[in-house]
Each structure stands twice: as structure tokens, then as C-alpha cells.
Design a protein around this ligand. Structure first.
Ligand code: PLP
Ligand code: COI
Length: 347
């Protein structure tokens, strides 16, 4: 069956936010009796789950987020999906879930994107197709143990900017006294429980006038971890591009890509190491939050120990490093610039 219709949907592409929009098809595959079935595209966005499903009680869930972009020629380009597959593999192993084979992951992605071609935002709209692969433990269960069945599902939604102000938007982060993750916990994998645990921190940060919460390490409350839905990158004095290393932050595909660009394209010196926020704050020249949804959002202010620390003065332009990194990353993603690193896949 040919699922795809080429003609674009009639959406206000330039004004999309980051919200669920029901697209035509989603991909689903089931793991039962120790093996995966072939998987198929289905119409319904509603899942029929057993009330004992381990995902519902014990949060046996993992997910990914990646984007497809329209190129100037109107082709769809997928960004670094191999890294999302690898991360889902890491997450599923940590949560005692079966590995989704790379072939199934990639086939599901490609089928889902092609079937929803009419929903891929057109070139020049500033929007993209956000793709959400997920793996959950389902089926009858009561005691604390891994599920006996799993569903791997992929759906996609056209999205605009994650943070309201759009494009290369300036955001504010408030350091929270809640912890997101412990050193040997699940902070480095993409499981739903990490996000449920972070909702209160984000809520409190918003009450203080911030866009999101910023976490410090849970044992000493000294070292930078990450924001609720994004990693942190810093342009520091002496041409350094610095990013926190920690066993409890999510290894971001976007951060990994920005590190390559900062070194190769901007000639900055890379440092991936613990960052003592209070001791080093005056050496930070530009502060950024990065992720698939967040792209690269420059951070204008951080609330730390009482006062707001400003990285930008009122009315000041975004710093040159974050500006160039944003432009280079998004130009590669959209196929406007030669993909010399082999990061995009033509669908
Ligand atoms: N950190 C957290 C907690 C996230 O949810 C995300 C988003 O996926 C990121 C970082 C950024 O990761 P990536 O660039 O792979 O999307
Ligand atoms: C992403 O950037 O893909 C994420 O998963 C973050 C999510 C909280 C929207």
C-alpha cells in the first residue's frame, strides 16, 4: 500500500509551536516470546494497554527524539539517526528491555517519515518534522519485574521552536535545588521517569521567571549538569568551548555535533570536564542550551544563589559563537551547506 500523499497539509508552518499534532501514520512493532514482529504502519494514535503494563506502574519506558528537515530541493533529510538508535540501545539495556534491532529502528523511521511526507514542513518555514521513537513494557503484570511484551512505536509531528521566542531564542535558566539524577542512576539514558521527576523543578523555575530548570550535580551541588531538556555548552575565555562531563547527564546528539563544529569550523579548543559553576562563572562569555527540540538556545541569564547572573545585556545581540554554531548546524541539517561530516540521511 502506498501510504504517502505528496501534497503538503494546509498548516500555518511558520507559526508552529512544539505541540502534538496528529499525523496520518505511525509505525508499531511488538516483541513477544523473545522476538520482534515485522512491524507495520497504523492509523490510530490511541494505544490499547493492559492496566498491569510495567510502563504504567514502574516507568519501564524509553524514548528518543530526532528531526527530519526539508532541503532547498524539497527532499527530506534525517539528522544523525544512528546516534539515536545507539542511545535507545543503551537505554533499553539499562532498563532491562529488549534491544530494538538497527534494521527495525531505521525501517520504522523511514516508513513513518515517508508515510507522513505531507506533514514535513516545507523548506524555508523554519519548522521540521519531530520524530518520537518509543519503547515501552506492556502486558499483564503486577510484581516488580521486566515486562513480558514490548511495543516499539514511532510517531511524528511537525514542530516549530521548543522555546516560545523562536529561532535562535534567548532563554533564562534557574538553578534548582531538586536533583534530576544520581551518578549511578538513570540520568544518562532517555527514560520517561527522568522527566516525570523533573516536572516540579521546571514548574518552580518558571515561577521564578526562567524558561527551564538548571541542575547541578547531586552530590556536591557544585558542578553543572544540564537543563531539564537540553545539555549545556559554554564559550569560555581563551577561546575555549566547554561542556560538562558527568555520568548523570544525557549524552546529547546536538552537543556532540556542536563540539565538532566548534573545533573544526570555529577553531575553538574543546574541553569536556566537570564545570564548577560558581568558581568559573566569570570566565563564561556565552552560555547555551542544546538539544533536538531546543536546537541551540543562548542563555541570557542564570539564577544562582539569589541573583540573576546576566550573560547578555538588555538589547544585546546573541554572542558570535552561539550565532555561528546555530547557523552552521541548521544549514547542515537542512542541506544548505555541504554535509562534510556525513550527518544527514536522504529519505
Ligand atoms: N538532555 C535532556 C535531558 C534531553 O531531554 C535532551 C533531549 O533529547 C537533551 C539533553 C538533548 O539531547 P539531543 O541533542 O540528543 O536531543
Ligand atoms: C528532545 O529534544 O528531543 C527531547 O526529547 C526533549 C523533550 C523534553 C521534548
Amino acid at each position: 500500500m502506498n501510504h504517502s500523499t505528496k501534497e503538503k497539509k494546509n498548516l500555518n508552518w511558520k507559526n508552529l509551536g512544539f505541540s502534538y499534532i496528529k499525523t496520518d501514520w505511525r509505525f508499531t512493532a511488538l516483541w513477544e516470546d523473545g522476538k520482534w514482529n515485522q512491524g507495520e504502519l497504523v492509523r490510530s494514535e490511541v494505544m490499547n494497554l493492559h492496566e498491569g503494563s510495567p510502563v504504567l506502574h514502574y516507568a519501564q519506558s524509553c524514548f528518543e527524539g530526532l528531526k527530519a528537515f526539508s532541503s532547498p530541493e524539497g527532499k527530506a533529510l534525517l539528522f544523525r539517526s544512528n546516534l539515536n538508535w545507539e542511545r535507545m540501545k543503551e537505554t533499553s539495556a539499562r532498563l532491562m528491555m529488549p534491544e530494538v534491532p538497527e534494521e527495525l529502528f531505521m525501517r520504522g523511521l523511514i516508513e513513518c517519515i515517508k508515510a507522513n511526507e505531507a506533514w514535513i514542513p516545507p523548506y524555508g518555514s523554519g519548522a521540521s518534522l519531530y520524530i518520537r521513537p518509543m519503547l515501552i513494557g506492556i502486558g499483564e503484570n503486577l510484581g516488580l519485574r521486566p515486562a513480558s511484551k514490548y511495543e516499539f512505536r514511532i510517531f511524528a509531528c511537525p514542530v516549530g521552536p521548543y522555546y516560545k521566542s523562536g529561532g535562535l531564542s534567548l532563554i533564562r535558566l534557574a538553578v534548582t535545588d531538586l536533583d534530576r539524577a544520581a551518578p549511578q542512576g538513570t540520568g544518562a539514558v532517555k527514560t520517561g521517569a527522568n522527566y516525570a521527576g523533573g516536572l516540579l523543578a521546571t514548574h518552580r523555575a518558571k515561577e521564578l521567571g526562567a524558561t527551564e530548570a538548571l541542575y547541578l550535580d547531586s552530590s556536591q551541588r557544585r558542578y553543572l549538569e544540564e537543563a531539564g531538556s537540553a545539555n549545556i555548552v559554554l564559550k569560555m575565555t581563551r577561546n575555549r568551548f566547554v561542556t560538562p562531563s558527568s555520568s548523570s547527564i544525557l549524552p546529547s546528539v546536538t552537543r556532540k555535533s556542536l563540539m565538532v563544529l566548534a573545533e573544526q569550523e570555529l577553531g575553538l579548543t574543546l574541553e569536556e570536564r566537570p564545570v564548577d559553576l560558581r568558581a568559573e562563572i566569570n570566565e563564561i562569555e556565552e552560555f547555551g542550551a542544546c538539544g533536538t527540540a531546543a536546537v541551540l538556545s543562548p542563555v541570557s541569564h542564570v539564577l544562582l544563589d539569589g541573583p540573576w547572573h546576566a550573560f547578555y545585556k538588555e538589547g544585546q545581540e546573541v554572542g558570535p559563537v552561539m550565532q555561528r554554531l546555530y547557523q552552521t548546524l541548521t544549514a547542515i541539517q537542512k542541506g544548505e551547506q555541504e554535509d562534510k561530516y556525513g550527518w544527514t540521511l536522504l529519505i
